[in-house]
Design a protein around this ligand. Structure first.
Ligand code: ARG
Length: 461
């Protein structure tokens, strides 16, 4: 029993193995809405230019609408023998509306059909993720306003470097996520061309109106080259690249959350809703969500590399290899959506341990740079010399196991005779932070302004 859609020239049907390797219905049924939308637009266009009758178009529209309802209700019997979502829906349409249904595939191929469906799907996914990224940015900016003036140790090499505010640290992620939104928006702009009407690879002899289908499906324009249109998956690759970079950002945030809520740090406490317990150690509060956000980056990067590898070396135009484009995109989308939701929840719910962060912000000689800056500003000492003098002051304090502020003026003057009492005014964490008023610096007023600017910008989204 040969395939009902293409079996005309075949005496026998495919083996079970052939069917198993060939069929994509198990995953591409996710494209059903896009497939129906594409077919509705195609049928409207065919009727508009007179390739099919208005009656046929009406029958097709009715049939497709009913099929959509069947699928939505879970009443549709997906068939592996019909390979994919396109042939499942088309065969069902012919079952329901007869001859008219059999005219739908005029001037179309599954090659331009799947390229169109997939672009529509990725476009919808971008719109959904964009909202989620915006929501996470909002959560971070709100928490940043709350903690605009609360000190925490800033790190480089994960060694205490200089005091920053917790709000400033959170706002750093807002900037990263804003670039992620930009990448998704760029991807969307470039993908928004309609392949429908490219047919199998060469275009069609029918007098189709590609501008019409493009417009009906809210594309900016039809694609320009039929070979390119059916063989291009750049849009999926760009999308996966954007998701990989986004996932890398979320993974860095997740790693920091893991560090911050470890008991030696105790910078934050995650809510019960975003914490798990241990089956043996009753005291444990584990940040599993953050760890899994960190881990799911692997899946998303893997999807990008997987599809890049599928696409490399494929001759034009369509090849069945390209059927392997969907699962990585679906998997990466699910993972990214879940990671964004988890980060959103963790950030909104977490409690900052501001006393602990403030205490540690001043440890590790974190205001040493402020001494060096004072020597430069007040005594006009060259910075490199000031760095040296400060290094010796740190060594003196360290030898006595005390902070810089606890060195006596006489001890300070032993290293640099010009030092006066005034130097103590720059040694506190708050003074250090307050002095960082340069554009983009950590002074509380800067952080507040940046957070407010972002919340205003995000208000419309
Ligand atoms: N299921 C196929 C895919 O996802 C649809 C396109 C099939 N085209 C073909 N010429 N066999 O790629």
């Amino acid at each position: 029993n040969a395939n009902v859609q293409w079996g005309g020239r075949f005496a026998g049907g495919p083996s079970d193995i052939m069917q198993a390797i060939n069929a994509s219905i198990s995953f591409d049924k996710a494209l059903w809405k896009q497939d129906i939308a594409g077919s509705l637009a195609h049928a409207a266009m065919l009727a508009h230019v007179g390739i099919i009758s208005k009656d046929d178009e009406a029958a097709i529209r009715k049939g497709l609408t009913e099929i959509g309802a069947e699928i939505a209700a879970g009443d549709f019997a997906f068939s592996e023998a019909l390979e994919d979502i396109h042939m499942n829906i088309e065969a069902r349409l012919s079952e329901r509306v007869g001859e008219a249904g059999k005219r739908l595939h005029t001037a179309r191929s599954r090659n331009d059909q799947v390229a169109t469906d997939f672009r529509l799907w990725v476009r919808d996914a971008i719109d959904g993720l964009d909202q989620q990224v915006a929501s996470l940015m909002r959560a971070l900016a709100q928490r940043a306003q709350e903690h605009a003036a609360d000190p925490m140790p800033g790190f480089t090499h994960l060694q205490t470097a200089q005091p920053v505010t917790f709000g400033h640290h959170l706002m750093a992620y807002v900037e990263m996520l804003a670039r992620d939104r930009g990448r998704l928006a760029d991807t969307r702009r470039r993908l928004n061309e309609c392949p429908l009407g490219s047919a199998a690879l060469a275009g069609t002899s029918f007098p189709i109106d590609r501008a019409m289908t493009a417009e009906l499906l809210h594309f900016d324009r039809p694609t320009a080259n039929s070979l390119d249109a059916v063989s291009d998956r750049d849009f999926a690759l760009e999308y996966l690249s954007a998701l990989s970079i986004l996932a890398m950002h979320l993974s860095r945030m997740a790693e920091e959350i893991v560090i911050w809520c470890s008991s030696p740090f105790s910078f934050i406490r995650l809510s019960d809703a975003f914490t798990t317990g241990s089956s043996i150690m009753p005291q444990k509060r584990n940040p599993d969500a953050a760890e899994l956000v960190r881990a799911k980056t692997g899946r998303i990067n893997g999807s990008l590399i997987g599809l890049l590898t599928v696409m490399k070396g494929l001759p034009l135009a369509y090849a069945k290899d390209m059927q392997e484009d969907k699962e990585p995109v679906f998997a990466a989308t699910d993972a990214a959506a879940l990671c964004l939701a988890a980060c959103d929840g963790m950030v909104r719910d977490m409690t900052a341990n501001t006393r602990q962060m403030r205490a540690l912000a001043g440890s590790g000689y974190s205001t040493a740079t402020d001494i060096a800056d004072w020597l430069v500003r007040v005594l006009k000492v060259p910075f490199r010399t000031a760095h040296h003098v400060t290094g010796r002051l740190v060594a003196r304090a360290e030898a006595q196991n005390i902070g810089l502020a606890e060195l006596t003026l006489a001890e300070m003057q032993a290293e640099e005779p010009g030092i006066t009492q005034d130097i103590y005014s720059v040694l506190s964490v708050d003074a250090s932070i307050a002095s960082r008023t340069s554009l983009g610096g950590t002074a509380a007023s800067n952080v507040m302004a940046q957070a407010t600017r972002w919340l205003d910008a995000l208000a419309g989204t």
